[in-house]
Design a protein around this ligand. Sequence first.
Ligand code: SAM
Length: 248
Amino acid sequence: MVFDVLTLFPGMFDSPFADSIVGKAVDKGLVQITAHHLRDWAQGKHKVTDDVPYGGGDGMVLKPEPVARALRELRCRQPGSKVLLMTPQGQPFRQAHARRLAQQEGLIFLCGRYEGFDERIRTMVDEEFSLGDFVLTGGELAAMAMIDAVARLVPGVLGNRDSADGDSYSDGLLEYPQYTRPADFEGMSVPDVLLSGNHAAIAAWRRRQQILRTWLRRPELLETACLSDEDRLVLREVQRQTGEDCAS
Ligand SMILES: C[S@@+](CC[C@H](N)C(=O)[O-])C[C@H]1O[C@@H](n2cnc3c(N)ncnc32)[C@H](O)[C@@H]1O
């Protein structure tokens, strides 16, 4: 899968994808990540990419022409690519988006700076994404987070050791708590069931923990999660129990 990034700071992308799982995927040729300098598509002696806002006000606005030229060229090189605009005004990025975007042949990330993009740039993009309800100085960190989340879902990137199947949000719920050795750490012991070797009991405990955690931390996720009849029984029990705990 090909990830292209349009940015005024391509050097920011040198190190985050050099190591670990995504770094290995790059080495194996499973993903290709290229940060392009927007200035390469700017014209004139000074290669200007921004200008003052019409109507006055603080800050600078990214001009539409270099972006349009860059997108035309990048789309020619990789015709199947979708263009994603990084903006705090976009739809909040979620795991379901990562799963969908991982099916694409290519993605082009548009990273803003200063006051952001000229409004007309919105007509050139397929989707707008926000990393959350806060304002970053630029779109690069948002693009990096999205690339990381999407790249790990590209087939072959994660081995069995790092499967994404049980991750939080993969089935609409948060993941169950995980433990490793030692069995006792400073008086905190691992739940007995995990040491029992009883696989059915472990699976039931983990599912219950997923439901409990989601109910306690992100109850709104339960409205859309895929729950079996058995899960719903567990949820009712968990709700009753935590309700009683709160009341007592
Ligand atoms: C300082 S921000 C501009 C914010 C803009 N004036 C506004 O209020 O909507 C500069 C750039 O950072 C990026 N950015 C800032 N916050 C972001 C967020 N939460 N998610 C994604 N990108 C963000 C965008 O690319 C944006 O164009």
